[in-house]
Design a protein around this ligand. Structure first.
Ligand code: MG
Length: 387
């Protein structure tokens, strides 16, 4: 056990290993290598042109999946270091957590899921049921990346894969469990928790998007600072910022408010998690996996964060302008999927010849960036969806 890591952290020297055994690297730990493999992957580079909330063509300053993933990694590492968890593992999971996202964010995923579900069962097997972005992220790192001579995927460690698969439907968990008994899907069928590093990435994801969606929402003009004054978590820190800097206004006041909000949430997670670690008495990663989730906000911060989430849901994610874009984006994904099933010749050869056409079409679409999907739609249908 490394002297720097807590006893309940994931120690790269005690990893449950890779699917295909490989010699250890001379200078990097197993988790550092995983992080590096993610950074060098094709799917990672595509994140730069994938939507978080705003479509990629709507503006240059909005978050994309790439900058979102970097922010999750930054927040995750800060917290991991304070709790003596593996920063490298947190970084690997955070950078990989959204690799399976379709173009156009959740709208694209939902459209693909509906289209896949509507097919007869034998047309979808053997690679799973419906379309789930967490499962797709796993599929990217396990199967779809083509970078090594003797195996598909990136051959990441169990701990990184466990963190990537943060949700999974029962049907898909049963399929994974059959292939990999006692593996990363086990907990979805039999209970238990993932590593603290994986738990931490979930919370860092939430902290990151709540904060950056305020910034992007205000920048876009779809929500206003006046509306946000009704949100306790925001207003508390806006007032605090004004007490410290009475003349502060506009953009700098917004950033100072978000900065203070982020810091407070990070400190809250560290304190609440430390307290829970003490109460739970976990001594090892095995104890962590057998115990209910440990990484958490305090009850007060949980309620504040929930209120902010609900504000963003009603005022930003359900804003008529966002909904209008979302409706068109869903149509793009539905159209592409149907066209590839009707005319497989429109798919690149490797996909056209895959054993299960709908899954191959879903993989191809999921891998697209926003702008590639729009170009492809225009090529196949002759009209621009966002003229
Ligand atoms: Mg995310």
């Amino acid at each position: 056990m490394s002297a720097l890591l807590a006893p309940h952290a994931c120690d790269p020297a005690r990893s449950r290993g890779r699917r295909f055994p490989e010699p250890e690297a001379p200078t990097r730990t197993a988790f550092q290598r995983d992080r590096d493999r993610v950074i060098h992957s094709t799917a990672f580079r595509r994140l730069v042109y994938k939507t978080q909330v705003f479509l990629n063509h709507e503006g240059d300053l909005f978050r994309t999946r790439l900058t979102h993933s970097l922010e999750v990694a930054q927040l995750g590492r800060s917290i991991a270091r304070s709790l003596r968890l593996s920063e490298d593992l947190v970084e690997a999971i955070a950078l990989a957590h959204d690799l399976g996202h379709t173009p156009f964010g959740h709208a694209g995923q939902d459209a693909l899921h509906e289209a896949m579900q509507a097919l007869p069962a034998d047309a979808r097997s053997p690679d799973g049921w419906g379309f789930e972005h967490n499962l797709q992220s796993l599929r990217v790192v396990d199967d779809l990346e083509e970078r090594y001579p003797s195996f598909d995927g990136l051959n990441l460690c169990f701990e990184t894969r466990e963190g990537i698969l943060k949700h999974c439907s029962r049907r898909n968990a049963e399929r994974i469990e059959a292939q990999e008994p006692g593996g990363i899907a086990h907990r979805f069928l039999h209970g238990g928790s993932p590593s603290l590093e994986a738990q931490l990435c979930n919370l860092a994801d939430e902290i990151a998007y709540n904060a950056h969606d305020i910034d992007d929402g205000v920048r876009s003009g779809l929500i206003t600072v006046e509306q946000l004054e009704a949100v306790d978590l925001f207003e508390r820190f806006r007032r605090e910022a004004l007490v410290a800097h009475p003349a502060l206004r506009g953009r700098r006041l917004l950033f100072e408010t978000i900065r203070r909000m982020l810091s407070e949430q990070v400190y809250d997670v560290i304190d609440a998690t430390r307290a829970r670690l003490g109460e739970s008495g976990v001594q090892s990663i095995e104890d962590v996996r057998a115990t209910a989730s440990i990484v958490r906000f305090s009850d007060g911060m949980r309620a504040s964060s929930q209120a902010l989430k609900s504000f963003l849901f009603h005022n930003l994610y359900r804003h008529p302008q966002v909904m209008e874009t979302t409706t068109r984006a869903r149509q793009v994904v539905r159209d592409l999927f149907q066209r590839y099933l009707d005319e497989p010749a429109q798919l690149p050869e490797a996909y056209r010849c895959a054993p299960v056409l709908p899954r191959a079409a879903a993989d191809y679409i999921a891998g697209m960036t926003d702008r590639f999907a729009l170009r492809e739609h225009e090529r196949l249908f002759g009209v621009a969806v966002f003229p």
